[in-house]
Design a binder for this molecule. Structure first.
Ligand SMILES: [Ca+2]
Length: 254
């Protein structure tokens, strides 16, 4: 068992190194970038557009901004989303229409560790903008705060061209508990590229996502159609037949 364990350990280190070097990680959120089922035509405002599986609060409606990363006008906010993808690419971000609101998305911690969470914010209409990003217990916007609430305050500038502001924070999480990442947005702020990454789960295998390691073939059960290696019969020694030409020849006397 020891060599096998060592091999898995080596693969884990290689895999972690690859993830680290590519910047890829397991985002606990779905549609954090607002690129899942986005609007398919027109640039700028798409008021009331759904942001599933995000849940939007009782405030003003969503507004999904459709961009082509710098070429077409998008109204009062940035002409690019926060992804940094090339000019001409179709991308999207979230605004709230004529007012403020809050939204959340829920996840379950697969181990006890630290949830690192964040995203990108930007301004509209060249005005100061305020939002926040907070991890809360349970499902919804009213659970107790884990760690602290994190306000995001952006000075007014040139909303069309100012860079997106990246923020990230961390809070402790406990295996199996459910949490909500809650975003609040005023009328002058945009949001994009949300993420939650749980750190400290090294060596914890999520059964729904066992990772790149080949667990090998399943155990053989009765009734399985198994192709086995042929076994050759042992060769038995046969007694000499009675018609054997070998006969005792008496010795001649001299
Ligand atoms: Ca986006």
């Amino acid at each position: 068992m020891k060599p096998k364990f060592k091999m898995i350990q080596t693969l884990s280190i290689m895999s972690a190194g690859l993830l680290f070097s590519t910047g890829a990680f397991a985002n606990e959120l779905v549609n954090g970038d607002f690129e899942l089922n986005p609007p398919t035509s027109g640039f700028g405002n798409h008021i009331g557009y759904p942001i599933t599986p995000w849940v939007i609060g009782a405030g003003s409606p969503t507004n999904i901004i459709r961009t082509d990363q710098g070429n077409s006008s998008t109204g009062q906010g940035p002409r690019k989303d926060a992804s940094g993808t090339a000019s001409g690419t179709i991308r999207h971000y979230l605004d709230i229409t004529n007012g403020g609101n809050e939204l959340y998305q829920t996840f379950k911690a697969k181990c006890t560790g630290k949830a690192v969470f964040g995203g990108y914010f930007s301004t509209r209409q060249n005005r100061n903008a305020t939002g926040s990003i907070t991890l809360r217990n349970g499902i919804g916007v009213t659970g107790s705060i884990i760690g602290q609430s994190n306000p995001v305050v952006l000075p007014g500038g040139n909303s069309t061209t100012d860079p997106w502001k990246f923020v990230n924070y961390s809070s402790p999480v406990v295996a199996g508990n459910v949490y909500s990442l809650v975003i609040t947005m005023d009328n002058n702020i945009n949001f994009d590229e949300a993420f939650v990454e749980i750190k400290g789960c090294d060596g914890v295998v999520d059964p729904s996502n066992p990772g790149p390691f080949d667990p090998g073939p399943p155990p053989i059960k009765p009734g399985d159609n198994v192709i086995s290696t042929p076994v050759y019969p042992r060769i038995k020694s046969e007694p000499l037949s009675k018609s054997s030409p070998m006969k005792a020849v008496p010795m001649k006397r001299r």
